[in-house]
Design a protein around this ligand. Structure first.
Ligand SMILES: Cc1ncc(COP(=O)(O)O)c(C=O)c1O
Length: 356
């Protein structure tokens, strides 16, 4: 035991990572990465990068990236903040907007990093169950308000269920809850074209809403560690000027992230492939007795047939070189399966036990 560690930290456990084997032969369907290599524009930007410039600190606010993101979203650069992965933005939000002791509110289930980051700040997490069909309860915001929460973190489209909440449902939450609201859009790129919900209207209407974006999923750049926030400048300002590390995103990452956003043709083509393979995988899983709810993300959350045990199947798949995610507890009969390439999905289906 380390007697110098803060008591609040001693009492908590850290985040449980999905397995990250470095051996390329494993089929990784466990951490919602993109199964395809990133845009060729990334390799070109890396080749063009002038290493001599590394002797200088990078642009402190990632200005080139902010301008590229602003152009993409029809905003100005002061509505954009670049971070070292979306996870850094979560940490900044919590350290900026939650007083130690003040609760963070989220749904159950949700992204399991939120309670960890809250605990580091000395804040409890209050959770509210989703409805049986994973919809948001009508009085969700009112219950978070009554619990005294200062920040509501909502994943949309939702992880791990894949469900997309409507803008109307988010407005209802905002009408009942008076604190800061994070809409975590880590999976927004995979929403069907006819349901695309950028939620930019929400940040235009509310000065206490922040949208989280990441290049980890839709741009196939999880290893780069690059995310960004979109919000009114007044909401970003304390994070940009006070809580953030001065140079939180490095020069190479800034250059590559900018190149990624600028290749929208690659991005749209990639998202269409993932959506196509998501539909095919969902149907094939259902045919084997694994029913998954509709997903607007790059993963599915099927229930395993009742005669089988989800944790055992996860282990059997692992023995066959295929990783998927299992969360013990109330949703323990489900597996969370990232949509892979068509070949990876076929290998999964071949290895998956059917209902007896
Ligand atoms: C819901 C959700 N939010 C945010 C993130 C953060 O992603 P990153 O830090 O890679 O940008 C993830 C990553 O898995 C996620 O699932």
């Amino acid at each position: 035991m380390n007697r110098f560690e803060r008591p609040a930290l001693r009492a908590m456990t850290g985040y449980t990572f999905g397995e990250q084997p470095q051996d390329g032969s494993v089929i990784k369907l466990n951490t919602n990465e993109n199964p395809y290599a990133p845009s060729p524009a990334i390799a070109e930007a890396l080749a063009r990068f002038d290493v001599a410039t590394l002797r200088r600190y990078p642009s402190p606010f990632a200005q080139g990236f902010r301008e590229a993101a602003a152009a993409l979203h029809g905003l100005t650069a002061d509505w954009v903040m670049a971070t070292n992965g979306g996870d850094e933005l979560l940490r900044l939000l919590i350290t900026t907007y939650l007083e130690p002791g003040q609760p963070l509110a989220t749904t159950e289930p949700s992204y399991s990093l939120y309670p960890v980051l809250a605990a580091v700040q000395g804040c409890p997490t209050v959770t509210f169950d989703l409805e049986a069909d994973f919809a948001l309860p009508e009085d969700l915001g009112a219950r978070a308000e009554a619990a005294g929460a200062g920040l509501f973190c909502l994943v949309n489209p939702h992880a791990p269920t894949g469900r997309l909440f409507s803008e109307g449902a988010l407005e209802t939450l905002l009408s009942q809850f008076s604190g800061v609201v994070l809409i975590d859009q880590a999976y927004v790129d995979f929403i069907d074209e006819d349901q695309k919900a950028a939620a930019l209207g929400l940040i235009q209407r509310h000065d206490r809403v922040l949208l989280l974006r990441t290049l980890s999923k839709g741009y196939a750049l999880a290893g780069l560690r690059f995310g960004y926030g979109l919000a009114q400048p007044s909401l970003l300002e304390p994070m940009l000027t006070k809580t953030r590390d001065s140079y939180n995103v490095d020069a190479i990452a800034q250059a590559l992230a900018t190149a990624a956003l600028e290749d929208q043709a690659w991005a749209h083509d990639n998202w269409a492939k993932v959506r196509r393979d998501r539909a095919a995988l969902k149907a094939a899983l259902a045919a084997r007795g694994y029913e998954a709810p509709p997903s607007q993300t790059n993963f599915l959350f099927p229930t395993v047939p009742s005669a089988l045990d989800a944790a055992t199947i996860k282990d059997q798949l692992k023995a066959a070189g295929i990783l998927v995610r299992h969360f013990p507890g109330a949703l323990g009969q489900r597996l969370r399966i990232t949509v892979g390439t068509a070949e990876e999905n076929a290998a999964l289906l071949a290895a998956l036990p059917g209902a007896p």
